[in-house]
Write a protein that binds this ligand. Structure first.
Ligand code: FES
Length: 120
């Protein structure tokens, strides 16, 4: 299995990794099959994602997905952020090996969970 250059770049130097202490909402999801866990923290102002960070205990693809996804939605409105699909992330990363597609799903689910919790 080989990763694209972009996946490796994000994995080696992930963007937006960490915790937002006073986050407006957090989304946490896990994949029971591989055991990977992803947490996304968001700070929202004027309906825009002002800040976003992630903590991912998972594979290289899950970390690259978290990094790319957080880059993509930072500064976007909630509605725009909800339009980011797993396909868009995979495309942005220059592809993922087929067995790693579920890792991109985990990113989308974590973001949706955070937004759902924010709306509550
Ligand atoms: Fe499960 Fe990557 S192997 S998220």
């Amino acid at each position: 299995m080989s990763y694209s250059k972009k996946v490796l770049k994000h994995f080696k130097n992930p963007h937006n990794q960490g915790v937002i202490k006073n986050a407006d909402a957090v989304g946490k999801v896990g994949n029971p099959t591989c055991g990977d866990v992803m947490k996304i923290y968001i700070k929202v102002k004027d309906n825009k994602i002002k800040n976003i960070k992630f903590e991912t205990l998972g594979c290289a693809a899950a970390i690259a997905v978290s990094s790319a996804l957080t880059d993509m939605v930072k500064g976007k409105t909630i509605e725009e952020a909800l339009k980011v699909t797993k396909d868009k992330i995979v495309k942005d990363l220059g592809g993922l090996p087929p067995v790693k597609i579920h890792c991109s799903m985990l990113g989308v689910e974590a973001l949706h969970e955070a937004i759902k919790n924010y709306k509550k």
